[in-house]
Design a protein around this ligand. Structure first.
Ligand code: KDG
Ligand code: MG
Length: 402
């Protein structure tokens, strides 16, 4: 089962995606998501210029060996670009293996450990009333878990507030926009937002919130403590986690469940957080963390320490990544929840996928492989468009975490 062709497809059906397509000599194809929001072309070049030439002629069946070859063999390890590229190769190889076996990938990973994948949707509003309305709308569609964000009074364009119902695209076309931020104003507002959601809509669903790495550890600890009665499913990305031990401080002060990891690219970014039981959910994704192979390694470590998975699933992760996440989610014992931001119709037309939402759960489908096909002709109609995530500045103009 030799690889005949390794091709990178860059397209922008509503937003930019980088996809690796591998084809074997017998004509089997596999897809991997190589999208790194705002830095897409770096991964495309890493793959096209340095990795694809190594793949042609390799045995597509040797997933672990190829992973090690690209990781250890490069000498330069880790980093978002490298791990995203390895993740795309790994995912495409699992897709091929599933097609070769005539089975959906989750069967190769050990079969179903559950019946469906619990997902959370994104409710947001310019103010509390709008956020409550958006949350109620998700609940009416069958969602059992909702992440809620709202504009902070006095701050324009606050993080997490979507432009249209059910769709939220975190990148801007052209050069990055700049948004103002005040941690003080946010800390005064966030508890009121989440308490209002609970008092209007009750406790009969999972409520999540994302602070997007904007707090210091002591501010984070205070917020977690303040929110204990709101009974969150999780509080996400409270503080930047490059300093893993800073979570000790947060953990000492609050019993609110903590989630972190969407910007991590390997097990080395979370091993202390997991082994010291400083978090409850690990947010790494198939695309950004070295593919299904490496994410399973992280999940196995996490399982030892009662840490559950909660894969990143924003719109900048393509339907290929979402499908791969669902096969992973269905099979790992310590699955927690899956983020699910719906893609636009243009994206779904380019990436035709089998996965489907029903009654609060996603199901990956029973097609062999991942269950996603890339329509390359349609993709070609959507060329790459420069886009960046916004930049955040505090009120005195200092650059802050996004
Ligand atoms: O590319 C960045 C987005 O994926 C990220 O901002 C979304 O925080 C996010 C989330 O929790 O989905
Ligand atoms: Mg997040």
């Amino acid at each position: 089962m030799r690889i005949r062709e390794a091709k990178v497809v860059v397209c922008s059906p509503g937003r930019n995606f980088v996809t690796l397509k591998l084809t074997t000599e017998s004509g089997l194809t596999g897809l991997g998501d190589a999208t790194l929001n705002g830095r897409e072309l770096a991964v495309a070049s890493y793959l096209e210029d340095h990795v694809c030439p190594l793949l042609v002629g390799r045995d597509a069946a040797r997933i672990e060996d190829t992973w090690q070859y690209l990781y250890r063999g490069a000498y330069w390890r880790r980093g978002p670009v490298t791990m995203n590229a390895i993740g795309a190769v790994d995912t495409a190889l699992w897709d091929i293996k599933g097609k070769a076996a005539g089975m959906p990938v989750y069967q190769l990973l050990g079969g179903r450990a559950r019946d469906g994948v619990l997902v959370y949707g994104h409710a947001s509003g310019r103010d509390i009333a709008e956020a409550i309305e958006a949350t109620a709308s998700y609940l009416s569609k069958g969602y059992r878990a909702v992440r809620v964000q709202a504009g902070v009074p006095g701050l324009q364009d606050a993080y997490g507030v979507g432009k249209g119902a059910m769709f939220y695209e975190p990148a801007d076309p052209g050069f990055p926009s700049e948004h103002a931020w005040s941690t003080e104003q946010y800390l005064r507002f966030a508890p009121t937002l989440l308490e209002s959601v609970r008092s209007e809509l009750g406790f009969d669903f999972h409520l999540l919130h994302d602070a997007h790495h904007r707090l210091t550890p002591i501010q984070a600890a205070g917020l977690g403590k303040r929110l204990e009665d709101v009974s969150l499913f999780w509080l996400e990305d409270l503080a930047p986690a490059e300093l893993q031990e800073s979570f000790r401080l947060i953990r000492h002060h609050t019993t609110t469940p903590l989630a972190v990891g969407e910007v991590f690219d390997s097990i080395w970014d979370c091993k202390d957080l997991i082994a010291e039981q400083l978090i409850d959910y690990i947010r790494c994704s198939v695309a950004h963390t070295g593919g299904i192979t490496h994410l399973r390694r992280i999940a196995s470590l996490a399982d030892l320490y009662h840490v559950r998975t909660g894969c990143h699933g924003a719109t900048d992760l393509s339907p290929v990544c979402m499908a791969a996440a669902l096969h992973f989610d269905l099979s790992v014992p310590n699955f927690g929840i899956q983020e699910y931001m719906r893609h636009t119709e243009e994206t779904d037309a380019v990436f035709r996928h089998q996965y489907a939402f029903e009654d609060g759960y996603l199901h990956p489908g029973e097609e062999p492989g991942l269950g996603v096909e890339l329509d390359e002709q349609l993709a070609a109609r959507y060329p790459y468009e420069r886009a960046y995530l916004p930049v955040t500045r505090t009120l005195d103009g200092t650059v802050h975490s996004w």
